[in-house]
Design a protein around this ligand. Structure first.
Ligand SMILES: [Zn+2]
Ligand SMILES: [Zn+2]
Length: 405
């Protein structure tokens, strides 16, 4: 038997033990995921969800710091297997979306991290290393992980893992860098019929901004995404709007490109405001970096899915990508964000159909596959120095593996 064969059979034995622990915990985990789903909470307001996760991790023997990183609904759970060894983090997300609830399936993400952590705590035999569960609020636009990174929560972490439900099981897929900006246009109110000459129309400045951005589209690089909505357009048709507001996202595979595009979008808004004599102010949100995928970790996760009978597919060559604050984590720590299918291809996240799937038998199947693969991959990283070395080499080697996926 070669060393590689020995490592493979040891990894398979660990996965079998962890899968048995997850099976034993399954009624609890299924109920947990359905309960989070039934009580969706918006970003930074995930008090109930975070509280339940903290309670469950404490009950399982983890030492939990909550709140953490300066965020009320963040937490860090720790379990040490012994002195020395790597520090491996599982990331839990648990925020939902306005009106459509858990339409991104974060109830499954949180429960997969929880189930993997509970199984590792009870069933992994290791003589060193530390397991963290990092509770990450506000993925849907709040940049929770970026705030936790700034607070130093990921310092000393050797590798970070999570999974995301999707429409295709795939472990290597990039995501776009994204900038977000709120534009506030200020004009002057007037009676829209009797004294329009006294008014300055902030809504016109806002509409012209959309036209100017549309004129940019011919002259941007492929795979650019610029999309916005008007969040305020006046209060009555007989009043010249003195205030209008729009929100935009600007995305590309590379954050350098996003930075340059953002300047052109801001210039378009300034020009539009100048055209009607209005004034514009910008409020820039946290910038999401593009995703790097750690290839050795992703390959190991894929192997643990395939061993459970799940086919792993390559990512589509183009399209089908969004952005996540996971991107920022992946720039500083070897990390993976694989997908496990819970809906057929063609069904998108952020829809009522996806929200229903996150509480369906297909959602529960994906949760069980993902929890087992997360536990097994984390166990390999804690106990197999060769895998961790390969992950580090990949991270330090070529740039942005995920960017081209
Ligand atoms: Zn989402
Ligand atoms: Zn999501």
């Amino acid at each position: 038997m070669t060393a590689t064969q020995r490592d493979t059979s040891a990894s398979e034995a660990r996965r079998a033990r962890l899968a048995a622990a997850i099976d034993a915990d399954w009624p609890y985990l299924e109920a947990f995921a359905l309960d989070l789903h039934a009580h969706p909470e918006l970003m930074f307001e995930e008090h109930r969800s975070a509280g339940k996760l903290v309670g469950s991790l404490r009950e399982a023997g983890f030492e939990v710091e909550a709140p953490a990183g300066g965020l009320d609904t963040a937490f860090i759970a720790r379990h040490g297997f012994g002195p020395g060894g790597p520090r491996i983090a599982l990331m839990a997300e648990y925020d939902a979306l306005p009106e459509i609830g858990h339409a991104c399936g974060h109830n499954l993400i949180a429960t997969a991290a929880l189930g993997a952590a509970r199984a590792l705590r009870s069933a992994l035999e290791a003589s060193g290393g530390e397991l963290l569960v990092i509770g990450c609020p506000a993925e849907e636009g709040g940049g929770g992980k970026i705030l936790l990174l700034r607070a130093g929560v990921f310092e000393g972490v050797d590798a970070a893992l999570m999974f995301h439900p999707g429409s295709r099981t795939m472990t290597i897929r990039g995501a776009l860098a994204a900038a977000r900006v709120t534009m506030r246009f200020y004009g002057k109110a007037a009676h829209a019929a009797s004294t329009p000459e006294l008014g300055i129309n902030a809504l016109d400045a806002c509409l012209l901004t959309f036209h100017a951005i549309n004129a940019l589209r011919q002259h941007v690089k492929d795979e650019t995404r610029i999309h916005g909505i008007i969040t305020h357009g006046g209060s009555a048709p007989n009043i010249v709007p003195d205030y209008a507001e729009a929100k935009f996202l600007i995305r590309h595979r590379r954050h350098e490109e996003v930075d340059a595009l953002k300047e052109r979008v801001l210039a378009a808004a300034r020009g539009a405001a100048a055209a009607v004599g209005a004034r514009v102010e910008f409020d820039e949100g946290l910038a999401y970096a593009e995703r790097r995928v750690n290839v050795p970790m992703a390959a190991r996760f894929a192997a643990h899915l395939e061993a459970q009978g799940e086919a792993v597919k390559p990512a589509p060559a183009i399209g089908g990508v969004g952005s996540s604050d996971f991107g920022n984590v992946s720039q500083v720590v070897p990390a993976i964000h694989p997908y496990v299918a819970i809906v057929p291809e063609g069904v998108s996240a952020h829809t009522p159909e996806f929200a229903a799937a996150a509480a369906s038998p297909a959602g529960m199947r994906g949760l069980r596959l993902a929890a087992t693969a997360l536990a097994a991959t984390a166990a390999d990283l804690i106990t197999d120095p060769e895998l961790l070395a390969a992950a580090r080499a990949d991270f330090g080697g070529t740039a942005a593996a995920g960017g081209t996926a």
